[in-house]
Design a binder for this molecule. Sequence first.
Ligand SMILES: [Zn+2]
Length: 202
Amino acid sequence: MAGGAYASPTANPVLLLALPTNGSLMPSCALCNTEDAAPYEVAPRADSVPVCAACRQGLEESRTTGSLEDGPHWQCLNEAIWSPEPAVQVLAWRLLAALPEAVWARDVLELAYLEPDVLDWAQQQAGGGTDAVVHVDCNGTVLATGDTVTLIKDLPVKGAGFTAKRGTAVRKIALVPDNAAQLEGRVEGQRIVILCQFVKKA
Ligand SMILES: [Zn+2]
């Protein structure tokens, strides 16, 4: 579409609405641009995004198993993660987070910026129909209770009067059940709450 062709808001809006019907009515996939996409609901919100069959399958797989097989198809996420549409960013983020083994996907996740409420939404992945909360580390790797993580920066511990040093290993973490952003662990003998974004799975 040619840029700079915006009509003033008071100009005939019906004409503007009519423009996209030029050609196919079939929406294309918001993630990979393949034609023949169907609406996919970005739970737990009601927003929906058109996605193709391949992307839909990947989303279902990542939702139910938490992981995804890497393949050339997912290179589309390099662009999708930067979509101006928050719902598209959420889907791209969830797919990337399900590819923890793929170095490129970790790099994309590291560079990507999502507004805090969009990130929150992305992390509210309803697994298997329940409201499972998914905790992920700084690379988007899914964390589980009992895992060992290392701190990626110095963290002053409020109320405890010490700083948990970068590189400290925290063994047998516990995930905070209702908060995807937090985990609990023992550092210097004290049980503290740590933000998942500041740890890396060991
Ligand atoms: Zn697609």
